[in-house]
Design a protein around this ligand. Structure first.
Ligand code: BJW
Ligand code: ZN
Length: 255
């Protein structure tokens, strides 16, 4: 959708009104939100999974019994890449929606770009990290947390407390989600009146249960995604286009 098409799209206008009148809005976001910042999504033709090795590198078994060094090299590269990326208009719009009516955001992303945008916009947005964050490393044995900036994953880093292997503080397949983030996101979802889904395929569980619960409890669901997803059938309003193009038009008094 081009900017002119977005402005004149009646569904965009409807979504904007729904959000302007929301009392407890909630957003559930995924990798597509950060695509315009230059961070590849996982799935899809240009996604990280087009490299078959990467499919293994998001599984806990690989760290425990597989190519740990290869996996950690990829994480060191991603940590470095994050120094060169910035929030895009989608992140800033989400932050401004947060100012408009104090929205909670549950993110599956590990890049920290929503918080960065919120900080720059002076927005108090509660960001719940369902799949952890690349800004932290942690011990795989005792779970002690370290700033990732102090850790070199190429150097087989070890925990100062127990000598266990350090790893990024993210959630891999086969691992539980952080309890607080999961519980707070579920509470926000079941109490929200509007649930905004942005840039997620909705294929990964248990995270994808969160918008399902919002819908079951009566929330109006708005999806922003250029493609149909596993969650599209929940959507009352489907905005087919990119987050960075559409989200700025959903903020009241803008666009
Ligand atoms: C745009 C755009 C633009 C493009 N604008 N949009 C129930 C059923 C089936 C399976 C399971 C189940 N429950 C659990 C499972 C198993 C498993 C699972 O879900 N498997 C399925 C995939 C089959 N889940 C787990 O293992 C989870 N843990 C668990 O269940 O624990 C239980 C347990 C209990 C007790 C003990 C132990 C365990 C953990 C899941 C962890 C997922 N981790 C990853 C990696 C994070 C770390 C890292 O980044 O390195 O999380 S995998 C990856 O997928 C990442 C993402 O957060 C996640 C979701 O991806 P997302 O964000 O949706 O991205 P994509 O690429 O899929 O989609 C991008 C979208 O953007 C597309 O729709 C595009 O169209 C769109 N887009 N450009 C807007 N410009
Ligand atoms: Zn330790």
């Amino acid at each position: 959708m081009s900017d002119t098409n977005v402005i004149s799209d009646p569904e965009v206008q409807r979504a904007r009104e729904v959000l302007a009148n929301a009392r407890r809005p909630f957003a559930f976001i995924g990798a597509g939100l950060s695509a315009a910042s230059g961070i590849p999504t996982f799935r899809g033709p240009k996604g990280a999974y087009s490299d078959p090795a990467i499919v293994d590198w998001v599984h806990v078994e690989t760290f425990e019994t597989g190519d740990r060094a290869g996996m950690l090299r990829w994480y060191e590269e991603r940590k470095d890449d994050l120094k060169k990326v910035w929030p895009n208009p989608g992140h800033y719009a989400l932050a401004r929606l947060g100012i408009q009516n104090s929205m909670s955001v549950a993110t599956q992303n590990v890049d920290g770009l929503v918080e960065q945008a919120a900080l720059e916009e002076g927005a108090m947005v509660e960001v719940l990290h369902l799949h952890g964050t690349l800004s932290e490393a942690r011990c795989h044995n005792c779970r002690a947390v370290y700033p990732a900036s102090r850790v070199d994953y190429n150097d087989s880093p070890k925990c100062r407390m127990c000598d266990g292997p350090l790893r990024p503080n993210v959630v891999w397949f086969g691992e539980e989600l952080p309890h607080h983030a999961w519980e707070d996101a579920m509470i926000a979802a079941v109490h929200c009146d509007v649930c905004l889904l942005v840039g997620t395929s909705g294929l990964v569980y248990p995270a994808a249960q969160i918008p399902e619960s919002a819908k079951e409890r009566g929330a109006t669901v708005i999806e922003v995604n250029p493609a149909e997803t596993a969650l599209s059938e929940l959507a009352d309003i489907r905005l087919v286009g990119k987050a960075e193009t559409i989200l700025p038009f959903l903020v009241a008094d803008e666009g």
